[in-house]
Design a protein around this ligand. Structure first.
Ligand SMILES: Nc1ncnc2c1ncn2[C@@H]1O[C@H](COP(=O)(O)OP(=O)(O)OP(=O)(O)O)[C@@H](O)[C@H]1O
Ligand SMILES: [Mg+2]
Length: 345
C-alpha cells in the first residue's frame, strides 16, 4: 500500500483552496442589442446534465478597447458582484474573450418596464396608480440595498446606479421587479468620447446633478425613480423634449406640475411624494432610498399596513440590537426604532 505523506496532504489542501474550472456557455439566442452590447440567453453547462439558464451581456468591442473604460468597468463590476437582492439582477461572472468583456447574469424571464409602458400606450390605458407605486417601491428596495453596501471595514462603498431608466428595469413573469445594469453607467459616466463629451445615461432620465455634470450620490437615483413613477402615472416623461439640450434644461428648470390635477385618481398624498422626489436640491429630496420606500409603502398600505420585508428587517435590527430583549414588546406597541408609523413624506 502506498503511504500518504505530508507532501500529499499539502497537495490536497492546495487543491481544496482553489477550484479551477473552465466555464462553458452555450448561446441559445440573442435577446436584444443595447447601447453597450448584445444580450444573449445562454446555458451554463456543468458536469453531467447540469444546465443553468443565464443571460450574457457582451460589451461592444469599441468600448472594451478603451483602456479607461476597461479599468472603470472591471472596478465597478467588482463592487456590484456582491449585490445579492431580489430586486437586483444578480451578476454571476465577469469574463473576457479575445479582449472583449462579457458579464454573466441572472436570466430574467419577463419584460422590461419599457415594454410595460409601451403596452399601456398601445392599448390606450394608464398604468394603475397602485401598481406604478408598487413597482417603484421595489426599485427603491433594490437601490436601498445597493446604496448601503459597505466594505469589510464597514465603509460605505458609495454605489450609485446612475441609469435608472425603463430599459434597466425588468418585470419577471412571476411579478418580481428587478433593477439591472448596476455599475455600468458609472463606468461610462467617467468616460469621455472623442468630442470630449461625457457619455452618460439617457438624457430624459437624469437627475439635476447629472444634468449639471456634478458628482452624484445615492440621492440622484431617487430623482430618477420619481421620473419613472411620474412617467408610469402620466404615460409620458414630463422632461422629454425634441433635443438633448432642451431635455436637460427641462430637468433643471421645468415647473413640476401638480400631478393630482393631471390625473384624477392621483391624490394629494401621492402628489406630495412626487413633489418631494422631484426636489432639485438633493438636500430637500428623500435622503435615502429607504425613506422613499417607506413613504411609498405607507401610501400603498396605509397607517396600519401589515408586515412587509422592510418591517421584518427593521424588527430584526432591533432584536439583535443592544436592547433586543424588549424588541417584541416595542414591536407590539408600534415603538420599534426606525419603523415609520405615520403617513409623513
Ligand atoms: N438579465 C437579463 N435577463 C433577460 N433579459 C435581459 C437581461 N438583461 C437585459 N435583458 C434584455 O436585453 C435588453 C438589452 O439590455 P441592455 O442593457 O444591453 O440595453 P438597454 O438597457 O436597452 O440599453 P443600455 O445599453 O443603455 O443599457 C433589455 O432591454 C432586456 O430586454
Ligand atoms: Mg441596460
Amino acid at each position: 500500500m502506498q503511504k500518504f505523506g505530508f507532501e500529499d496532504l499539502l497537495q490536497l489542501l492546495a487543491k481544496l483552496k482553489h477550484i479551477f474550472n473552465e466555464l462553458h456557455y452555450v448561446i441559445v439566442r440573442v435577446i436584444a442589442e443595447g447601447g453597450m452590447g448584445i444580450v444573449y440567453e445562454a446555458e451554463q453547462r456543468g458536469s453531467g446534465q447540469f444546465v443553468k439558464r443565464v443571460a450574457i451581456k457582451l460589451i461592444r468591442e469599441e468600448f472594451s478597447r478603451i483602456k479607461e473604460f476597461r479599468a472603470n468597468f472591471v472596478g465597478e463590476a467588482r463592487l456590484v458582484a456582491d449585490l445579492i437582492h431580489t430586486n437586483i439582477v444578480q451578476t454571476y461572472h465577469l469574463g473576457e474573450i479575445s479582449g472583449q468583456y462579457f458579464m454573466t447574469m441572472e436570466y430574467v424571464d419577463g419584460i422590461t418596464l419599457e415594454d410595460f409602458l409601451e403596452r399601456h400606450r398601445a392599448t390606450g390605458q394608464a398604468v394603475p396608480v397602485d401598481l406604478a407605486v408598487f413597482i417603484i417601491s421595489r426599485i427603491c428596495r433594490g437601490l436601498s440595498h445597493a446604496h448601503q453596501r459597505c466594505d469589510s471595514q464597514g465603509r460605505n462603498l458609495g454605489i450609485v446606479h446612475r441609469d435608472v431608466n425603463p430599459r434597466n428595469i425588468m418585470l419577471a413573469r412571476e411579478g418580481d421587479v428587478k433593477l439591472t445594469d448596476f455599475g455600468i453607467a458609472k463606468a461610462f459616466d467617467l468616460m469621455y468620447n472623442e468630442e470630449g463629451d461625457v457619455i452618460a445615461g439617457k438624457d430624459e432620465y437624469l437627475s439635476p446633478e447629472q444634468a449639471r455634470r456634478e458628482v452624484t450620490d445615492a440621492r440622484a437615483d431617487l430623482f430618477c425613480c420619481t421620473i419613472l413613477l411620474s412617467e408610469m402615472l402620466l404615460g409620458e416623461n414630463i422632461f422629454e423634449a425634441d433635443d438633448e439640450l432642451s431635455t436637460r434644461r427641462n430637468i433643471l428648470e421645468l415647473a413640476i406640475p401638480d400631478f393630482a390635477e393631471r390625473r384624477p385618481d392621483i391624490d394629494d398624498k401621492l402628489n406630495g411624494i412626487l413633489q418631494h422626489g422631484f426636489q432639485r436640491d438633493r438636500d430637500a429630496r428623500y435622503q435615502s432610498a429607504q425613506a422613499m420606500l417607506m413613504a411609498l409603502e405607507v401610501f400603498l398600505y396605509g397607517d396600519c399596513y401589515g408586515p412587509t420585508n422592510e418591517k421584518l428587517a427593521v424588527y430584526m435590527g432591533d432584536l439583535f440590537g443592544s436592547d433586543g430583549g424588549n424588541a417584541a414588546e416595542r414591536w407590539s406597541a408600534g415603538k420599534t426604532p426606525g419603523l415609520v408609523q405615520n403617513t409623513s413624506f
